[in-house]
Every structure is written in structure tokens, then in C-alpha cells.
Design a protein around this ligand. Structure first.
Ligand SMILES: Nc1nc2c(ncn2[C@@H]2O[C@H](COP(=O)(O)OP(=O)(O)OP(=O)(O)O)[C@@H](O)[C@H]2O)c(=O)[nH]1
Ligand SMILES: [Mg+2]
Length: 324
């Protein structure tokens, strides 16, 4: 006797699969409800475990290729925003579906329809002068190199780089190396007066990207130092706060708050490749944050950066199993 267990969403699925794999004579031996998914996931999916059997002398048919089932999503939303949880329940009732079985399009629609406008909808395009600020080691310099390559190689823009990070050993050389590889202009601004001079020097550029020193969000002196460098800049300027999404939520919140004094226009999120679920992304989407412009998903320059659209983010999360 051949005995086989199937974990399926309903009995019909078990019968179809058993028919293909064990033949038409397969019989049900037992069935029970099981919960699948990781132990810490409160939205573990209820499924059916069906045991089927068939006499061995029955020729076992070759398994036919299974139709591709939409992968169940177990942690679409696990955060604790009560309003959102309620909205999601109502949305699921309207569709007559379990949260876990919402399709990708339905999940996107939830954000588009129910949440209306989120930080992913609004975009702040690169202006002539763009400054990247943020805590230490979040990927500011790497992101500048990615953006420079993207604008120079893909969009054929004249790009110039400036750094004010003369503080950290090797910081100037790090950015100079990227500038040399691309063959674009690179300047160091040692103080605010120097900044004005270097900006004039790069005035022929379409896009100027300014790298800053990483600071603890609690280090008000260093934040002041950066502000002093930047307040001499007049005209078309965007400030991007670079935020690592692999940071814990309290720290992210603290960073978002502390850097408000720098009047950042948009966010660039980095290290999305380091997270194992999407709850920190939800944290950003469900809170009032400025537009999320780009997301970075690895160390490779220039490839690992994308425009932070809803489609790009969802596709990335799905491809990288962040819903599991
Ligand atoms: N996994 C991952 N690593 C990244 C990403 N972006 C940058 N890094 C890495 O993070 C480290 C720090 O990157 P930097 O660009 O030097 O960070 P920074 O913010 O300029 O650092 P400071 O100037 O010291 O404040 C490097 O090892 C980068 O390769 C990303 O999206 N994913
Ligand atoms: Mg840096």
C-alpha cells in the first residue's frame, strides 16, 4: 500500500493531487486541520492534512505538472496599528477572502484604495543639488555612487560629487574612487565658504550629489556642523534622509524625529536585502513620513537601487520571500 500525506487548502485539492499521483483508486484514510507557517507568526494559515492511500498493484501514474498555485502570504500585515487591522478585515470581508489568501494585486489595491496616499505615492525627483544625510554606516556614500552612476550612465546627465565628510578616515577616498571610475567631477568642501566655491566650480553639472558625514542622531554638534555647511546653499536643493530599514523601529522613529531639524524632503531606504519580513516597511507606510524616493537592496554599485514605487517594492518583497 502506498500512503501519502497532502497539506492542502481544501479536500478538493487533495483529491485532485491524489488522483494525479496515486491514481483514481486512492482513498482517504484521514484528514485533520493543521496550522502551517513559522511558530512566531500569529497569522499562521489553517490548512488541511489529508492522508491518502492506494493498493501497490495499482499502477502509479506519473505525477502531472501541478498548476501553479498563488503562494500563500502569511505575514502581509502583522503590525499593531488597530485602524489598519480593522480596515484590512473589512477589506477581506468585502472580497470574501482570508487575509492570507489575498493575491498580490489585491494586496496592492488595499494600499492604493484603503490607505489612499502613502509615502510610496509621492515622489521628490532629484534636483540640481541633492544632499544625503543620515546616521553612520547606513549607506550614504554607496547610495551616492549608485545615483551618480544611474544619472550619468542611464540618463546621460552631467554629474558632480561633493563630500563634506573630511571627518572619517578614508571617507574622501571612498567617494573619489567612485568618481574616478565614472570619470565625473569630484570636490571636497572643507568648510561652508569652500562649499560655495566648490558648488560654483560644479555649476556646469546637471546634478550635484553631496555626501555628508554620518552622525548619531543624538550628536547635535555634528548635526549643526552639517547644517552650517548646507545653509550657504541657495536655490534648487533636495535633502534626502538615508535610513537603513534593518534598523529597529524605535531607532528608526528616533532618527526620523531627530533629523527633522535638517528639513529633509524625502527618504532613501537602504539594506532592504537584510530584512527578513516586511514589518518595518509597514511601519514606514503606516506612519506619516515624507516620500520614500528610492530603495537600495544590496552593496553593488550601481545595480542595487530602485525607484521606491509600490510595484517595485512589492515585487522585490515577493521575489525575496519577505512575506514568508
Ligand atoms: N546589505 C546592504 N549593504 C549596503 C547597502 N548600502 C550600503 N551598504 C553597505 O553598508 C556599508 C556602509 O556603507 P557606506 O556607503 O560607507 O555608508 P555611509 O552611510 O556612507 O557611512 P558613513 O559615511 O561612515 O556614515 C558598506 O559596507 C556598504 O557596502 C544596502 O542597500 N544593502
Ligand atoms: Mg559615507
Amino acid at each position: 500500500m502506498i500512503i501519502k500525506k497532502y497539506i492542502v487548502s481544501d479536500m478538493k485539492e487533495a483529491l485532485v493531487r491524489a488522483k494525479y499521483e496515486l491514481g483514481a483508486d486512492a482513498v482517504i484514510i484521514s484528514q485533520r486541520e493543521v496550522r502551517t507557517g513559522k511558530w512566531y507568526n500569529i497569522f499562521k494559515k489553517k490548512e488541511l492534512e489529508v492522508t491518502m492511500a492506494v493498493e501497490e498493484n495499482n499502477p502509479v501514474q506519473e505525477p502531472a505538472p501541478q498548476p501553479i498555485q498563488p503562494r500563500p502570504i502569511t505575514n502581509f500585515y502583522t503590525n499593531n496599528n488597530e485602524k489598519l487591522k480593522e480596515q484590512l478585515e473589512t477589506y477581506c470581508k468585502l472580497l470574501n477572502k482570508e487575509k492570507e489568501s489575498l493575491s498580490m494585486e489585491e494586496r496592492k489595491d488595499f494600499i492604493k484604495i484603503v490607505m489612499k496616499e502613502t509615502a510610496l505615492d509621492r515622489k521628490v525627483h532629484l534636483s540640481k543639488i541633492n544632499v544625503l544625510i543620515g546616521p553612520t554606516g547606513v549607506g550614504k556614500t554607496t547610495t551616492i555612487a549608485k545615483l551618480a552612476a544611474r544619472e550619468y550612465l542611464l540618463n546621460k546627465k552631467k554629474v558632480g560629487l561633493i563630500t563634506i565628510d573630511t571627518y572619517r578616515i578614508g571617507a574622501v577616498e571612498q567617494l573619489r574612487t567612485y568618481a574616478n571610475i565614472l570619470g565625473i567631477d569630484f570636490e571636497v568642501a572643507n568648510n561652508p565658504i569652500d562649499m560655495v566655491e566648490k558648488l560654483n566650480k560644479l555649476n556646469h553639472c546637471d546634478i550635484i550629489l553631496i555626501d555628508t558625514l554620518g552622525t548619531s542622531p543624538k550628536d547635535m554638534d555634528k548635526l549643526e556642523e552639517i547644517k552650517n555647511h548646507l545653509k550657504v546653499i541657495h536655490g534648487d536643493m533636495n535633502t534626502y534622509l538615508v535610513l537603513s530599514i534593518s534598523t529597529d523601529r524605535d531607532t528608526m522613529y528616533c532618527i526620523l524625529e531627530r533629523y527633522k531639524s535638517m528639513n529633509y524632503d524625502a527618504l532613501i531606504i537602504t539594506k532592504i536585502d537584510e530584512i527578513s519580513n516586511i514589518s518595518n516597511l509597514w511601519f514606514l507606510i503606516e506612519n506619516e513620513v515624507p516620500p520614500i524616493q528610492f530603495f537600495c537592496h544590496g552593496q553593488d554599485v550601481p545595480d542595487d537601487i530602485k525607484l521606491a514605487t509600490l510595484d517595485n517594492i512589492f515585487d522585490y518583497c515577493e521575489e525575496n520571500s519577505l512575506y514568508d
